[in-house]
Design a protein around this ligand. Sequence first.
Ligand code: WT7
Length: 650
Amino acid sequence: MSDVNRKVLEEKAIAPPEGFRERALVGSLAEYERMYRWALEDAEGYWREQAKLLDWFEEPKEILEWELPHAKWFVGGKLNVSYNCLDRHLAKRGDKTAILWESEDGKATAISYHELHASVCRFANVLQSLGVKAGDPVAVYLPMIPELPVVLLACARIGAVHSVVFGGFSSVALADRIRDCKPKVVITADGGYRRGRIVPLKATTDQAIESCPSVQQVVVVRRTGEAIAWKDGRDIWFHELVARASENCPATAFDSEQPLYILYTSGTTGKPKGVQHTSAGYLLQCAWSTRLIFDLREEDVYWCTADIGWVTGHSYIVYGPLANGATVVMYEGAPDQPAKDRFWEIIEKHRVTILYTSPTAIRAFMAWGREWPDRHDLSSLRLLGSVGEPINPAAWKWYSEAIGKNRCPIVDTWWQTETGSILISPLPGATPAKPGSATKPLPGIAPRVVNQDGEPTKPGETGYLVIEKPWPSMLRTIYGDDERFRRDYWQRIPGVYFTGDAAQQDADGYFWVLGRVDDVIKVAGHRLSTMEIESALVSHKAVAEAAVVARPDEVKGEAVVAFVTLRSGEKPGNELHQQISDHVATTIGTIARPAEIHFAQALPKTRSGKIMRRLLRELAQKGNVTGDVTSLEDLSVIEHLARAKGMDEG
Ligand code: WT7
């Protein structure tokens, strides 16, 4: 953990802005502490009370059934997730805008709760007509268009289990994820727009399902209108199906633990893991945390800039905000399309009040300069959020000043695909902020920083971040691999949930999350597995061996550095370099493209043949190696590598 052992504790606490605190849902630290104590002393009572945020068809009989590592929340309760996000709002706010969709080319479409409800009902009927039943998986590979939340809520309505694959993933990555959960139906689009260019989603889907025998039907949303290949009998247009479908689709009651979705995320092996979330606990904790952390009010215009292909979009574009009846902005495109002020233009145009984005985006805005936000009226903003990676104090301060004009609190929210919802975050009207710290756990959440024996660390000492008790939105298992679920999360430090993050707690009890301790890296907030990139590299015909490490990057947080050895007869050079880089992009997606590829004669290995990634990391980060090399098999390897790296840099 040495490379995350940096000093983080010098920041002073900044009280919530006065004007904000007065009107906040939770307006003092004492109030937060009271809630925290209640949840600590009487977890079941606390969650029973919070469960009133949802509409139940049948009240839960028992709050928690916990048999480590398996939790069942709100046992015996019955509800419908889509009913909670739609139907129950119709009487009170049916004409309120649910989704305010901004296309990349600048057109805005407001979709009311009534309209969203009707679209979801129609598509739920479509799914049923295609033979999709409760419990069946449905793969979704769509751009950021309104049909995406419609599809998710339609699945939820009939108890089908969506598996969304981020539209930036390649056909190989898509195929891996489809083969794992074996859906009969895939929902995609003819294409999507990214910086004015077309992303050919249907062509990628066609290629992927060549190796996915489970798929019988491909539903295609028309977005670009470009010509696409068509397979009669398998491919069907979304708009033709919904035109024929009825708007009447009563919400049926499902068990609290009805699976809601699978979302694949990167782990420490080459195989992505299907994180399994279920219904009531997940929805409740999303709804509850959205309200508390974003201090959500009826009149807010809330914008989370994530893609729905990631968990942030699932929890904080779709389920959390819609369960609260909020108005959600959804943007199709890139932050610099057509110019570097697109975000600020959207905020001004729609009078956005809450902005939730990533440190990588903030650092990019910083690099682009203040003239871009300064051109726009951002006075509608009242709260800012950050998620996905540690935010460095400089970026935090820039965000606060340039965007929040020092009026808006910032919530630095820590969580994971696995946790389902935010676990550590300030409450904006209560918790004094420290730039770079996600501050304190939400009520009901018991994080600890421990050493490898599970013993608590002292303030300021780096350790592993673990969570001591179950929480409603926690993952229930890894789809099809409960053994991996136990091994990865519950056996590293027995009895507690292992997050894979390094952290420190300071003397005030604030949490400082420092980064991953496993082979997971975070590039622009996207979670990648070094092993997955290594297997993509060695699947190139010229590559014999590969090792991937991360180095810090000014904007993206981390960048991918690859060391490869070539098969005999292959010549290193620019052309091969490009080919290998493209190969990674087409095998996984452009997000995994290495920032650097170094050709090596050999990789440093221990006597037992393990690649010494620690040395490579040092080499990638500092350009030379000073650490302990006593177990290195052939010392000259490191010299060669350092020289080769120096050469292709010079
Ligand atoms: C990992 C989870 C959180 C939803 C989107 C990403 C890192 C996340 C923070 C934060 C420091 C953070 C952790 C975590 N991370 N938020 N506020 N401060 N680190 O979900 O792809 O599952 O990644 O992102 O390393 O383990 P994910």
